[in-house]
Each structure stands twice: as C-alpha cells, then as structure tokens.
Design a protein around this ligand. Structure first.
Ligand code: HEM
Length: 137
C-alpha cells in the first residue's frame, strides 16, 4: 500500500519543472512519482528511459512495458502527489495506487470484462426460459 505521507496536488506546470535526473517527477495513472536517485540507479530498465519521461506523463510507456505487480508496488512507494484534475478525479487520486497489471490490462477498471458479461448471459438465459414457458401451452 502507499505510505501515509500526505499527497500534494500537482499541476502540469509544476510537474514539467521536475525534468532532470537529479530532480525527476513522472505522472503515472494520475499520480505523481518521485524518481529518486536510488530508484533511477536500481531500475532494471536503466535510468535513461525513465529520465526521458521526467516532467511528463509516463503512463503509456509504463504500461507498454507490461510492468509486473512488484514493479507497481515499487511505484506506489514513490508516490508524492496527484495531478490536478476534476473534483472527482482528485478525490480518487488522493487515495488511489498504481493499478495492478491485470486491472491496467482491462483498461483501468469498471465496466467491461466478465463483470458485464455475466449479467448479459443471465438475461439471455432468462429470456430463453420465458420464451419456452410462454410457448408451452
Ligand atoms: C516509475 C515507475 C517505474 C517502476 C517502479 C519500474 C520498475 C521496473 C521493474 C521492477 C522492472 C523489472 C521487470 C518488472 O518487474 O516488471 C522494470 C523493467 C523495465 N522498465 Fe521500468 N519501472 C518504472 C517506470 C518505467 C518507465 C516509465 C519506463 C519507460 C519506458 C520503463 C522501462 C522499463 C524497461 C524497458 C524494463 C525492462 C528491462 C529489461 O527487462 O531489460 N520503466 N521496471
């Protein structure tokens, strides 16, 4: 889980000011990660790919690599704030963490997937049963 330090609300302009390897922030899923020196040194993909995204939104690049869940837990430890957005987005971002691999692959949760498929199948079964019983007599 993310640690308990209060998160800062960060604007795109503030994010853009942290774009060097010694002062690197990156937005990811609406959250802002502080890419510390230790993180950059230990990142298995090397520091350069991440520093290239400092001061920017790296969500797409982060997801393109299909980072593991342990990478996501590591990312959660780097959270220092969240991107300014609508009121609804901000209240969610105050508490959210980087989505797990499976959630991100589904497109960030809510709707779709099996969650929507199962009720659709139930409706079809009920409609079939109703048709059968109504036509019996
Ligand atoms: C900022 C949060 C990030 C964290 C915590 C993180 C962590 C990790 C970890 C733990 C791995 C090892 C494989 C795995 O467990 O998935 C990895 C691999 C990798 N990461 Fe990241 N990463 C981050 C951001 C990025 C970004 C923005 C890029 C941009 C392209 C990137 C590029 C890569 C690449 C290319 C590898 C593969 C290295 C290889 O297997 O040769 N990472 N990362």
């Amino acid at each position: 889980m993310a640690d308990t330090k209060p998160r800062k609300k960060i604007t795109a302009a503030e994010l853009a000011q942290h774009s060097t390897d010694s002062n690197a922030w990156m937005a990811c899923h609406g959250l802002v990660l502080n890419l510390s020196k230790e993180f950059l040194e230990e990142h298995p993909g090397g520091p350069d790919v991440v520093v290239a995204l400092a001061g920017k939104d790296g969500t797409q690049d982060f997801e393109d690599i299909s980072h593991s869940d342990s990478a996501r837990e590591w990312a959660n430890k780097l959270i220092i704030g969240y991107m300014k957005g609508t009121e609804e987005e901000e209240s969610e971002r105050k508490v959210k963490i980087v989505p797990k691999h499976a959630e991100a692959a589904r497109g960030g949760g809510g709707g779709g997937g099996l969650g929507a498929f199962i009720p659709a199948v139930l409706v079809l079964i009920l409609a079939g049963a109703a048709y059968f019983f109504l036509n019996k007599s």
